[in-house]
Write a protein that binds this ligand. Sequence first.
Ligand code: H2B
Length: 134
Amino acid sequence: MAVQYFFKKKNSDLSMKKCVPCNSKDLRPITEEIANELIPRVAGWNLVNENGTLKLHRSWKVKSFCKGLELFKLVGDVAEAEGHHPDLHLVGWNNVKIEIWTYAAGGLTENDFILAAKINGLDLHELLRKKATS
Ligand SMILES: C[C@H](O)[C@H](O)[C@H]1CNC2=NC(N)=NC(=O)C2=N1
């Protein structure tokens, strides 16, 4: 279902969609080929293949450790509202990295792109270092 859905709704705004529960039995990850086609729809996110598991990664440099925690809170609220949860990393006091994939599917599903698009919709600009965002 996921694959066709993506193709049909190519121009729809992912951030307007809602994550579906990840406990469905027929949850299948998308292929790397399709993931490569979709990645431009979530600006700033990179496709990573970790030992065969596709994931979305994005990094930010924050102004301070506490701003990093604030970022986590904003992202955490989105994740809770969607019932879909990223891995959050805050390393070396100001490097935030977020990884998203669907554990239940062992790879990427539409949910991951929806969550990434919603995170992109957050106004993080007060939290980030002026210079680099990567
Ligand atoms: C039942 C519930 O929807 C699942 O446990 C959800 C919770 N959040 C999740 N988040 C992510 N990123 N992947 C999952 O497979 C996942 N599973």
